[in-house]
Write a protein that binds this ligand. Structure first.
Ligand code: UGA
Ligand code: MN
Length: 253
């Protein structure tokens, strides 16, 4: 199958570093198609040139998050859902460009996580929805589906954060067969999802728990980490800017 990875991204000092880390992992993955969706009014030169030079198969899209749904500078990061409009734009693009004869798997690959190429090998097996552990998320070292060894079925989850969710999984912890998304053509992410319920409310539209396919050795291996990148202190740069200078004149970071 073709692996379609959907990555929402937005401009900030670490953006190119994040995209570089992802691209260099994705280059190792056979049959990979990267759908990068900028949270911006236009497609930026930085991302346009980056993708052009990347050597990857890609589709470059953009859609700006409506301002009433944008995080304020002092808001805690969980206050508003992120990536909603961008992931939906990518789903629409898939629905407009492919039909059920395409053998594909769709994964939501945020730009700040860390991906092992082993993860993408696992995804090739997905018939409906595949699930696996995610490291460093939900207040735990690992958040994961509990898999029964003898039946190879998901019998529960270990999550401690909002365990009452019907699918207590992070965005990085599942992928979906393209056919399912094409058949259920109204499935979308919502700005109205309760905080922390984005993944769960999305999956509820697609499957029931008993349909989940546990991967990564019955959910005992971690091939993706929910890393979060520190925003770098740029106090001296701010000082330079006040003096009409900058360290990155004609240098793209
Ligand atoms: C957690 C999940 O891992 C996310 O997949 C989920 O979207 C988020 O919660 C949520 O509930 O909305 P977290 O690490 O806090 O994630 O989210 P971010 O990594 O900050 O953002 C998720 C994606 O959206 C990233 O690819 C990021 O680049 C993008 N994003 C973020 C934008 O496109 N615009 C923004 O203003 C902020
Ligand atoms: Mn993140």
């Amino acid at each position: 199958p073709t692996i379609f990875a959907i990555t929402p991204t937005f401009a900030r000092p670490v953006q190119k570093a994040e995209l570089t880390r992802l691209a260099q992992a994705f280059l190792q993955v056979p049959n990979f198609h990267w759908i990068v969706v900028e949270d911006s009014a236009t497609r930026t030169n930085l991302v346009t040139n980056f993708l052009w030079e990347s050597g990857l198969n890609y589709q470059h899209l953009n859609v700006i998050t409506p301002s009433n749904y944008k995080l304020g500078i002092n808001d805690p990061h969980w206050k508003k859902p992120r990536g909603v409009a961008q992931r939906n734009a990518a789903l629409n693009w898939l629905r407009n460009n492919y039909n059920t004869s395409t053998n594909g798997v769709v994964y939501f690959a945020d730009d700040d996580n860390t991906y092992s190429i082993k993860l993408f090998k696992e995804m090739e097996k997905i018939k409906v929805v595949g699930v696996w552990p995610v490291g460093l998320v939900g207040g735990l070292m690992v958040e994961r589906p509990i898999c029964d060894n003898t039946t190879n079925k998901v019998i529960g989850f270990n999550s401690v954060w909002k365990p009452e969710r019907s699918f207590p999984l992070d965005m990085a912890g599942f992928a979906i067969n393209l056919k399912i998304l094409l058949e259920k053509k109204d499935t979308a992410f919502s700005f109205r999802a309760k905080p922390g319920y984005q993944e769960s409310e999305f999956l509820e539209q697609l499957v029931t728990r008993d349909q989940l396919e546990p991967l990564a050795d019955c959910c005992t291996k971690v091939y993706v980490w929910h890393t979060r990148t520190e925003s770098p202190p740029l106090r001296d740069e701010q000082r330079l800017i006040k003096m009409g200078k900058k360290s990155n004149d004609n240098i793209e970071i």
